[in-house]
Structures are given as C-alpha cells and as structure tokens.
Design a protein around this ligand. Sequence first.
Ligand code: DGY
Length: 325
Amino acid sequence: MKKNVVLFSKIPADQQARLEEAFNLAVFNRGSNSDLANYAKVLANAEGMIGNIPTKVNDEFLSQTPKLKAAATISVGFDNYDLIALKKHGIRLMNTPKVLTESTADLIFTLLMATARRTVELSNLIHNGKWKKGITPEYYGTDIYGKTIGILGMGRIGQAIAKRAYCGFDMNIIYYNRSAHTEIEQAYKAKRLELDNVLKQADFVVIILPLTKETTQLITKEKLTLMKPSAILINGARGKIVDQQALFEALKNKTIKAAGLDVFEVEPLPTDSPLLQLNNVLLSPHVGSATAETRYAMAKCAVDNIIAALKDEKPTDNWVNPEVG
Ligand code: DGY
C-alpha cells in the first residue's frame, strides 16, 4: 500500500508527479483553505512531509502526527524543526544543502555590490527624473575591490562567497566560524578571528550562519557599535541573527554606512517596518536560492530525499539527523 505524504510547497509538475506515483499525496494549498487545523486528519495519518511547513515542528506538533517517519525541507535551513523533538519521535529530517550554494552566494554578492554601489538608489534617481547633471559626492558609492570582507559562517555558502571575494575582487578575507577551515585559509589567504575582531576590521560583514540558539540575536547593538562607520552589513542567513531594531538605529544614525538584507526578523517584512524609511538599506524578499534552475534542483533533491527516507534507505549527506537511524 502507498504511504501517505503531505506536500507543503508548490513544486514543478514533474516532481509532484514523482510524489504522486510513489505516495498517496495530499497537497496543502497555501492559496485557499490554508489553515493547518483543516489538515489535522491528513497529518495524523501522514508518514512523510515535504516542503516548507508553515508552523514550528516541535513536540506539540509531533504528538499529533503519530505515523510520521520522515520530513524533507526544500531549503538548507531547518530552524523550523526542533531536533530534540524529532529524535524523541524517531523522525528523519532531510534538507537540500548542496544545490543552492552557488546561487545563494551569487545573491549575497549581488546585495554586497548593489549596496556598495547604491545601484537601486541611483536607478530610482533616473526613474524619478532627477538625473539632471553629473552625480555629486552625496551619491558616491564604496569600492569593493581589494577591501576586507568578514564572513560570519564558513560553511558551503561562506566558502563560495570567499571564492568570489578572493578570485574576483582580490579581497582580504577574515572569518568567524566555530571551527577552522585550513583549506580555505590556504586557498584564499583567509584568517579566522574572534567575532569582535571580524566586526572591527571588516569593510563588509557578511552573515551566512545557521540560526541556532547560539546565533539568535548574535549581532546586538553592542556588536554593531564595533563596526566601522564606513562598513556595510549583508545578511543572507536568517533575520533573527541580528537585532533588527538596533540595526535600524545604526543605519539611521550612520554608525554603519549601509546594509543589504535578504532576511528579516518577521517575513514578509511588515509594510510599516521602520527599515522602509531608510535610503541606506537595500532589501530583497528572501530570495537567496530563488533562481529557476536552483529552485528546480531543490525540489528534485527534496523529492529524492523523501522517497529514499520512506523506502528506508541509508542516510545520505542530506540527512540532518542520521542519529535517528
Ligand atoms: C534556505 O534554503 O534555508 C533558504 O534560506 C530558504 O529558506
């Protein structure tokens, strides 16, 4: 008999067809009837879940899904899942870590460059008919080539950013990470430093850490004061890593120069967010991996993961919690 699986995200038709062939598939429709309570019965019988579920998957949630064996995210981040609760309930969790590395690093570099060179602000100047003569110093940008980039988090994406910074822009690389990456230190002359020293020395601070208990609100008001007034902060990880109100104040008071943000404490960013009052912040709507090719590859990877997990195949390197077995 086919196993019951719930799909929580819109995925390409051919990948959904694979799920339909392998499982008895229920599709959670975000557009209508999107209240999870309506799905309680479906979830109570589900052996698998795939996609980005719109709630915390914790002990309380899992006590209502007694048949669940495996969950597959369509993301690298899995901060929505309580790993202790998953272990307690014996549930395998898989993510899609490799396929989105390069496009996420591209987006982070896009934000870095566009923030430094004030691309959107200057484009708006033309759109608004305000390009009347040569650009005056108040619109000058900041050089990138040869500057110091401080990367917070030297996982796969951090390494892809380091490669772009070193090979493309001759940047000096410093980084903060729990463990050292000697191969990256050798390849890109990167130096591992304490967090405070990275913040003090970097011209560009790029956050690409996972959201954990330790990284939540890691960048406080005090940490922001360590940054140079000429420095630019880029966050491509999770909004909750930064105290967003403190960041707003730092940008408003110009104690740092600018920020490029793809992630926010609350998403979508509320339309009354004070960040929207500022010119020195560039915003994108959580689109690190949002290219057609990468989103396709992520969906396919997640479908492969859930099929393998429910066939009881051995954990792969996409398995977040192989200790569950
Ligand atoms: C990821 O893959 O974690 C992206 O941030 C989307 O959530």
